[in-house]
Ligand binder design. Structure first.
Ligand SMILES: *Cc1c(COP(=O)(O)O)cnc(C)c1O
Length: 422
């Protein structure tokens, strides 16, 4: 039945993986709701929503129908010189949902590429405005913005997974988030001294995801807006993880009441159905490219940009957000994660337990054996893949209370935490 696994394994290069020593990946037959069904018939409750994408659960009939209808009409056309309703409708709807005048949507296919595009937009914004020398970025310790070469330079250089590549690309200013007066003053001083070479600040608002699920207050974001304005640098929010409800607001920026100059979106944009991303710019940014000079245009255009199937999936996902159940579900999940994970605080090696929206985190003092833990969770019927020092849950919003209890229960069990919740 899994003949394909053995035959293909010598040819597939797996992600983030020392393939020589890693366990064999689990062969998936199909998905349904919050569940992954394996080839041997076992069902795993998915605690990760496939890297935070499947916010409405798998195989949602409304998204599936939108994609299959579009498949029959036109699976793909190039976006250069041609237009189609799925992309134009989606751009209009995203602009309406995003705060402020974040109105100008550039589509791509992956999160990293949308961050690269946001970086290009920021650098060219200054060039088009006749300001030279602003080509660097300020990003933050604990941050993660992608795996491509330029995005690696703005990830945390030590905690991140890209330290081997230090020195390969020009370095950026990766500094502490302005969580308190000292770090705020340090960032203020850096911008005063080096602002002339800085195009933009870039941050994951509210929670730094892949860098360790590190949460900060909305006040930090308000400080960043003030500092960016004071020193006339742009502010980019990378909402590839936080966008589409994960932190309890549709977008973290909107919940925090801070509007960036550019925002990047991906992951849950299509409800986990197809790859799609967007860099969305404010009117001021867009205006710098709007010119009689052809040379002022943004020279970018991924081949599969604005793929109609992906845009149709994203449109259907927005329908589900507009229907509105997600907000109550995220609140319900937050409560269940808090109650279910809190007892882990006493477990060996655990230094913190925290939740934010539909994100629950158990942090250890040192990196955990991700592969080993993952295997133990799977044996108990859950798909949970720890990362660095954290065991975390980011379940689909449709996960039932019983499934949430199962997810938190297996974490407590494997970590040896007290099982009573009373
Ligand atoms: C996942 C992620 C990315 C990279 O997205 P890919 O689609 O994997 O390229 C960038 N930024 C953040 C905040 C992410 O969570």
């Amino acid at each position: 039945m899994t003949d394909w696994l053995d035959r293909g394994a010598p040819h597939v290069w797996r992600p983030y993986c020392q393939m020589k020593t890693a366990p064999t990946p689990l062969p998936v037959a199909r998905t349904d709701g919050a569940r992954i069904i394996l080839e041997d018939g076992r069902e795993l409750v998915d605690g990760i929503a496939s890297w935070w994408t499947a916010c409405h659960g798998y195989n949602h009939p409304h998204i599936a129908k939108a994609v299959s209808d579009q498949l029959a009409r036109a699976p793909h056309v190039m976006f250069g010189g041609l237009a189609h309703a799925p992309a134009y409708d989606l751009a209009r709807r995203l602009a309406a949902l995003l705060p402020g005048d974040l109105d100008h949507v550039f589509f791509a296919e992956s999160g990293s590429v949308s961050v690269e595009i946001a970086m290009k937009m920021a650098i060219q914004f200054w060039i088009n405005r006749g300001v030279s020398g602003r080509s660097k970025f300020v990003s933050f310790l604990g941050g993660y913005h992608g795996d491509t070469l330029a995005t690696m330079t703005i990830c945390d250089p030590e905690e991140g997974m890209h330290s081997l590549f230090s020195g390969v690309m020009p370095s950026q200013h990766v500094v502490a988030l302005p969580r308190d007066r000292d770090s705020e003053a340090a960032l203020d001083a850096l911008l005063a001294e080096k602002g002339y070479e800085i195009a933009a600040l870039i941050v994951e608002p509210r929670i730094q995801g892949a860098g360790g699920m590190l949460i900060h207050d909305d006040e930090v974001l308000r400080r960043l807006r003030v500092l960016a304005d004071r020193h006339e640098v742009l502010l980019i929010f990378d909402e590839i993880f936080t966008g589409f409800g994960r932190t309890g607001d549709l977008f973290a920026c909107q919940g925090a009441g801070v509007t960036p100059d550019i925002i990047t979106l991906s992951k849950a944009l299509t409800g986990g159905t197809l790859p799609l991303s967007a860099a969305v710019a404010s009117r001021r940014i867009f205006q710098a490219f709007w010119s009689d000079d052809a040379g002022a245009a943004l020279m970018h255009g991924p081949t599969y940009m604005a793929n109609p199937l992906a845009c149709a999936a994203a449109g259907a996902s927005l329908d589900l957000f507009e229907a509105g159940d997600w907000k109550a579900d995220v609140a319900r999940i937050e409560l269940a994660l808090r109650r279910g994970l809190e007892p882990c605080r006493g477990a060996a090696g655990v230094v913190d337990v925290r939740t934010l929206g539909a994100i629950g985190v158990v942090e250890f003092e040192a990196a955990v054996d991700s592969g080993g833990l993952c295997q133990q969770f799977a044996e108990l019927g859950c798909w949970i893949r720890p990362m660095g020092k954290v065991v975390y849950l980011t379940p689909p919003f449709v996960t039932t209370d019983a499934e949430l209890a199962q997810l938190t229960g297996v974490i407590r069990k494997v970590l040896g935490a007290a099982d009573s919740q009373g």
